[in-house]
Design a binder for this molecule. Sequence first.
Ligand code: SF4
Length: 440
Amino acid sequence: MSSNNKVGFVSLGCPKALVDSERILTQLRIDGYDIVPSYDEADIVVVNTCGFIDSAKQESLDAIGEAISENGRVLVTGCMGAKQESITNTHPKVLGVTGPAAYEQVVNQVHHFLPQTETHDPFIDLVPAHGIKLTPRHYAYLKISEGCNHRCSFCIIPSMRGDLVSRPVGEVLDEAERLANAGVKELLVISQDTSAYGVDTKYKTGFWQGQPVKASMQGLCEALAQLGIWVRLHYVYPYPHVDKIIPLMRDGLILPYLDIPFQHASLKVLKAMKRPAATEMTLDRIQNWRKLCPELTLRSTFIVGFPGETDEDFDELLQFLHSAQLDRVGCFQYSPVDGAKANELENPVPDELKQERWERFMATQQEISAKRLQDKIGQAIEVIIDEVGEEKIIGRSAADAPEIDGNVFIEPNSSVSEGDFVKVKIQDADEYDLYAVVAE
Ligand code: SF4
């Protein structure tokens, strides 16, 4: 067993937090620490926390408590660390607290409390160029910015993560290229607001492979398309400039997939949420996108039971679902988040009504999603393979983002391996998933 100092790591929260964890782990590994899977083996434990909703905060506090009692030497980082007292009030024994995306500070704290025992030799210690990844090897998250310029009334992310700060485009593309060279076949582009990329830097041109690249969503997508792997966009808002990305999807350069959190359809509710409110134009935009790129998959999330939502507002939302014919939809019942402006709004919706609306919403959308999947039966499509088991193979099509969308379940086939792109023929479908065989 290596005599390097050992760090345990607990990663909580969303894909954005996962990317932070990957960066911290990568740096620690590069600095000569071993990453170990148990409290017993670890000389120190880092907990990357999530502070998005109250239950996530509690989960984070519990994880810190467990690490303290099992190991004793604990550093805390991540969203919840933005407010140091929220941690130290409950757990005064933590050695140090840092906020979100504080890679260097966390690594410095590890160095301070656990000085390295040996000098790391980059020629001996094999550090994969893409870092230590917590996702399967063939896909990776690519975070392009931090923070957000919106002030949605139900959300406290801007108060925790601050305004939008875009990463330099050359740096993002270098990371994407390293990931592609390390065998990643699918990049999941994430940020709080992907379509706002570059707004804060006034779209400052950067350089990649010696060529100038504009730091805008379009510039970034055009450059990522050159990597020749799947590129999937998350958290895109329906701004007019998104129209320019659709031809890249039609031409097969990036995946024809948009994840757009619409949240609601009633102008009144959208206004109370402080969201960009233009449902009519949104429907027109969706229609135009589909005309240009018929294979486009649209995923979205919505909130029902927002304070002040009336029966009419809710009916408008159901009507929107019928008109928009979205492929994939997530829906949350509104729940107040500590510190969010929406808590001050009048006319909260009673819990039973929230539940009833949520059920009606889900039933309506399920029918739409199921019908859209049924239409795929008989088609031959390309999938990426996530898992190969003896009884079934699990893949995903361009329409399925990992972890949040459905799967394509494929009959066993000995020629298929994890991470492969494979042509399959769709034979059946249910509400969420497709069933297929490998095409001859
Ligand atoms: S767009 Fe709204 S919901 Fe999303 S992070 Fe920004 S403020 Fe929060």
